[in-house]
Design a protein around this ligand. Structure first.
Ligand SMILES: C[S@@+](CC[C@H](N)C(=O)[O-])C[C@H]1O[C@@H](n2cnc3c(N)ncnc32)[C@H](O)[C@@H]1O
Length: 249
């Protein structure tokens, strides 16, 4: 009999079939405290990383944007304002709790009309070919079990000339940063996770999943292999985060 196929869930090896439900458990557990934890964990800097992502997306009035693994809608809310009523924003996430928190938050902000909420797995998107001008995925890809399938699925739903932006934790490149970052990831993150969300394990998973995620050059190759062209990346905050960009030509 074939040996069961396994994959990483943080530092643990788990059966491939189990990873998605484990990840779902993490985000179900953190959903209510997700926004406040983002500000605490990044000292507010995630807002700057996301602002840079929005600018690089080049959305205009009338653009059709998919914010994938969009969670509570940080990017989607900004895109909704830019694309206007002639455009469309789809906020999509695999996790019903994250998506519901996003819907509630955007409704409270008075954003409606040009936004749609779709629960979906990035690996098999339920959209027609050539639908979107822009796809963004912020801090989502590292949680996906089959990243190659997700990248191919994104490529399929982009229009010719469309672009993908992947904002994700990456490999620090600034000399001397790695040991400080280790302390931050494996001490500070679980500590704050316990203090604010009463959930150290989920934040330990987040730290481990960051370390297991492909580095800048590997992700660049994966995007090229999925069909993207003119793939580039920009390191931010010493490479703690990188923004990858690629086009479907
Ligand atoms: C760290 S949150 C990022 C949320 C948001 N993009 C942001 O930057 O604040 C990661 C999100 O990825 C979602 N996710 C995990 N696996 C996914 C998958 N296979 N397909 C779609 N979304 C997924 C989770 O449910 C979660 O909402």
């Amino acid at each position: 009999m074939d040996k069961e196929q396994t994959t990483h869930f943080g530092y643990q090896q788990v059966p491939v079939m189990e990873k998605a439900s484990r990840v779902a458990g993490v985000f179900h557990s953190v959903a209510d405290k997700y926004d406040v934890m983002n500000d605490v964990m990044s000292f507010g800097v995630h807002r700057i990383w996301k602002r840079i992502t929005i600018d690089a997306a080049g959305a205009k009035q009338g653009s059709k944007v998919l914010d994938l693994a969009g969670g509570t809608g940080d990017l989607a809310s900004q895109f909704a304002r830019i694309v206007g009523q002639s455009g469309k924003v789809v906020l999509s996430d695999i996790n019903a709790s994250m998506l519901e928190n996003g819907r509630q938050r955007l409704t409270d902000l008075g954003i409606a009309g040009n936004i749609e909420y779709v629960q979906a797995n990035a690996e098999c998107l339920p959209f027609a070919d050539n639908t979107f001008d822009i796809v963004t995925m912020a801090f989502g890809l590292r949680n996906v079990t089959d990243k190659e399938s997700a990248l191919r699925s994104i490529f399929r739903v982009l229009k010719a000339g469309g672009r993908l932006l992947v904002l994700e934790f990456s490999k620090p490149v600034l000399p001397g940063l790695a040991p400080i970052y280790d302390q931050y990831s494996f001490k500070f993150l679980p500590f704050m996770g316990k203090l604010i969300a009463n959930d150290a394990d989920s934040y330990r998973y987040l730290a481990e999943s960051i370390r297991m995620h492909p580095d800048q050059e590997t992700l660049k190759s994966m995007m090229s292999n999925a069909g993207f062209e003119r793939v580039t990346y920009t390191n931010m905050t010493g490479g703690i985060v990188a923004l990858h960009k690629g086009f479907k030509l």
